[in-house]
Write a protein that binds this ligand. Structure first.
Ligand code: GDP
Ligand code: MG
Length: 362
């Protein structure tokens, strides 16, 4: 499951958004100084809805995104540094920065004036500084260890961390390094905050909703968004709160009035998903229709492990049919009769919308 941590300055709308986004609630996650609330959102997917209409399974399980929200003012004030101590943030796949664009004088702004590009830069600097601290501590240790036993592995790590330090000192986030392969693997263990893909949620003023399509420019964030693994999505939390209180038909009509086709919440969930390059494959049957999320480029055996480690271990083959073929034919058997059911091995790269039945030894 994809995990995202909500960050942002006080009174930007994080908790409002978190409560709107998540259905399942857990007690605040303890451990470290600050605490986080963790909840789960369903990823809206029309394809899964259609498959369910076709198969009428007992259960329908969409893909999910887990969101974390830092609890209490203390956590929020401690800044990015504090996030390093909070597991749901440290382990997050992405950070979601809720940026205040709404003006509302009845909600005091911690920096007195609304200035989204300042807030985005300040947060980026905080995150970079937090990572720099981690890099420097690790480099000190490495130097001591290298004096004792100078292995090639330690030298390689030192070399990569020198590169990280140079970038961070220039004010560049680690996600800008776009590391791949072994280098990326080495860094993963550090869980650097600035290496995580970043989604900016631009929390608009109600009055600016008609100009939502132009929000990035209005916020002066065009240049910032040219950075690697960085995206933005406009919403208006206040309007979303109103929509959440309507029944589905009224909500759809309300959205249509605003010239929108989907709620801001759906856009946030989908943007988080797209940001990470995640795709979905489906499993179908009488019992359950379910969407699974995997990074693009995942081979079949690894994808099977998303369902259960036993299925990955005993992997024999994947029976694959494309979603649109299945929808057109109506049954897997009809797809097989038309040569649309493929048998794939463990190296097969799973495609977005594949419907898969994994054959496995038990
Ligand atoms: N006018 C307006 N107020 C908002 C909006 N989003 C949040 N607020 C209000 O701003 C205050 C702070 O919101 P909250 O979600 O607690 O912010 P957090 O400190 O970032 O968690 C609350 O009183 C919210 O009702 C918005 O889009 N428009
Ligand atoms: Mg809050």
């Amino acid at each position: 499951m994809l995990r995202a941590g909500l960050i942002g300055f006080p009174a930007s709308g994080k908790t409002t958004l978190f409560q709107l986004l998540t259905s399942v609630r857990e007690a605040p996650h303890r451990g470290g100084k600050a605490e986080a609330h963790v909840g789960v959102s369903r990823v809206p997917d029309e394809r899964l809805d259609r498959l369910t209409a076709l198969f009428r399974p007992r259960k329908h399980v969409p893909a999910a995104v887990e969101f974390a929200d830092i609890a209490g003012a203390a956590g929020a004030r401690a800044g990015a540094q504090a996030l390093l101590d909070v597991a749901p943030y440290r382990n997050a796949d992405a950070l979601v920065h809720v940026v205040r664009l709404f003006r509302d004088p009845s909600v005091p702004h911690p920096a007195d004036a609304v200035d989204p590009s300042r807030d985005v830069r300040t947060m980026e600097d905080e995150v970079i500084l937090a990572d720099l601290g981690v890099v420097e501590r690790r480099l000190e240790r490495l130097e001591r260890d290298l004096r004792k036993t100078a292995t090639a592995e330690l030298r390689k790590e030192q070399e990569i961390l020198f590169g990280c330090r140079a970038a961070l000192e220039e004010g560049r986030p680690l996600r800008a390094l776009a590391l791949t392969g072994d280098d990326a693997k080495r860094l993963r263990g550090f869980q650097f905050l600035s290496a995580k893909p970043l989604l900016l949620v631009l929390n608009l003023d109600e009055a600016d909703l008609p100009r939502a399509h132009d929000a990035v420019r209005l916020a002066g964030l065009g240049a910032f968004l040219t950075g690697a693994a960085t995206r933005a999505v406009p919403i208006c939390a206040k309007i979303e709160l109103e929509i959440a209180q309507l029944d589905p038909a009224d909500a759809a009509a309300f959205l249509a009035d605003l010239g929108l086709t989907e709620s801001g919440l759906d856009r946030v969930i989908r943007a988080s998903y797209d940001l990470l390059g995640y795709i979905s494959f489906f499993t179908v049957g009488e019992d359950e229709n379910r969407a699974w999320s995997i990074p693009r480029g995942t081979p079949a055996q690894l994808a099977a492990g998303e369902i259960h480690t036993d299925i990955a271990r005993g992997f024999i083959r994947a029976e694959v049919v494309r979603y649109d073929h299945l929808l057109a034919r109506g049954t897997i058997a009809a797809c097989r009769d038309h040569g649309e059911l493929r048998l794939e091995g463990k190296e097969y790269i799973v495609q977005d919308g594949d419907v898969i039945n994994f054959r496995h030894a038990t």
